[in-house]
Design a protein around this ligand. Sequence first.
Ligand code: SAM
Length: 235
Amino acid sequence: MVSEGCYRYHEHMGTLSIVATPIGNLEDITIRALRTLKECDVIFCEDTRVTAKLLARHEIKKPLQRLDAATEEKKAGAVCVRLEKGENIVFVSDAGTPGISDPGARLVAQVRIELPGVTIEAIPGPSALTAALSIAGLEDGTFTFLGFLPHKKGRQTALAHLAKSDISTVLYESPHRILKLLNELREVQVPRVIVCRELTKIHEEVVAGTPSEVLSHFTLHPDTVRGEFVVIVTA
Ligand code: SAM
């Protein structure tokens, strides 16, 4: 029996499993994640169509319930009711680790507050953050993760701050804004960036250099300005 704070976990209550899923390559899922998905009572997920594809690939049939950023607060209540009844519940986001620039954190926080005795377990696995870091070669091993920069308010402050930082910064970016971000990083004169694109997928590539050099690469190869990007600004 594990205890947290002054609470003991209640055996009659269900378990909430936060399960990491692939970030592109459907083979990137742990044996434990598959077993947890197979054995649970219900899967709450960001998008039922995305999760249905993953389940079909692994021949798993389970009821799916949508819980996305817009409905997280409301649906967290429904999750609590089911956990109290003893159901074992999985939450998955569309890709990677829930709660990392994805829904899941609010759900976990709410379950912790409303049902402090419930077991919330991590079923770890892929994340674009750790995948990018694993091939970036940051020798000192320290980094700050900011996820997506704010689009408007606070963006310039964040850029100025990370340009001055003596710790590398990891950012997430979409294909629509990657050139804008690289331009901004050039303007605030960061020395070097490592751009990891389409990790775990067929077109995975890493482009490193000054922001100007990386911008030239993507300008010369416009067909590669698509997919998903992690940008590491090195200190
Ligand atoms: N929860 C996810 C995780 O653990 O990485 C992140 C979800 S966030 C909504 C999506 C962003 O993660 C993308 O815009 C991109 O910046 C990054 N990302 C996700 N998959 C990626 C991949 N295969 N290659 C590069 N970046 C990826």
